[in-house]
Design a protein around this ligand. Sequence first.
Ligand code: ACO
Length: 280
Amino acid sequence: MAQDAREPGKQELPTEEELTRAGLRLAVEGAVARITISRPERRNAMTGRTWTTLAHIGQALPGDVRIVVIAGEGDIFSAGIDLNMFTPEGVDGERSIVAGLADGSSDEADLDAYISELQQGFLWLRRPDLVTIAAVRGHAIGAGFQLALACDLRILADDAKFCMKEPALGLVPDLTGTKPLVDIVGVHRATEICLTARKVGAEESRELGLATLVVGVDELEGAVDDAVAGLLATNPDAAVATKALLQQAAGNTLQEQCAAERKAQVGRLTALAKAMAPDA
Ligand code: ACO
């Protein structure tokens, strides 16, 4: 499962060439990794390679990275999947999603496995050892919206627009976005947002809880930096344990959650006591 902790040093980060082919840029500085979706000529539309490379980044991030920030190049987060993925030609040597089914060279099980592989690019962003932030300017459509939903925090510029376009194209959202959407806005509002495929602006996103924060376009970078600084000020081990605890809460009964709190706290107190011991 992609939420497993990374195994630092086991895998090299993607090369510059691999990142460029995937439409991504990556900068890792100490505890912060910044990923930029960068295909401005296609409005930062993403391909299968974008998502398999995102998964690769997640597996290979150095062990001291605690925060991941995802943004789009320029004035848009992402126009979603590159629509050429649905043409028989596909994109730049990547498999076409429909061609194999049309000519019989792939079957439903094959496609299921392929989508599962693509979902890995989104799943790792939930890992408790990381806090992930989507910094959203302009449109975040379809897969772009789902990528923002995979993050823990969404910091929006006031020109941001979310849109779950998939049903309007005859598809369903399948890149891990339906669960966080329902968790945040509830099934009724999620149904309305998805089945109308309408654009949800920044202010409404804030009211619905989709946006952690909305700021002016020129303030986005500073707001993200402030959030990063605030998150880094927290004890790293407590942060990991707390995110893991919060993630369990919705699926647990009160009693189960109380037990999980006790277990996590015993672990924390034991570690703190060990650190305070005279011979530590
Ligand atoms: N896939 C491939 N190319 C795209 C995509 C896309 N998703 N989105 C934009 N482009 C290309 C356009 O074809 C155009 O190319 P051209 O210059 O060769 O003609 C270029 O990017 C600029 O696009 P414009 O539409 O001119 O840009 P504008 O700023 O006016 O609009 C917007 C941006 C709103 C994002 C619009 O391009 C759009 O609606 N794109 C399609 C969104 C979409 O349906 N995505 C799929 C959702 S489903 C999913 O993600 C699973």
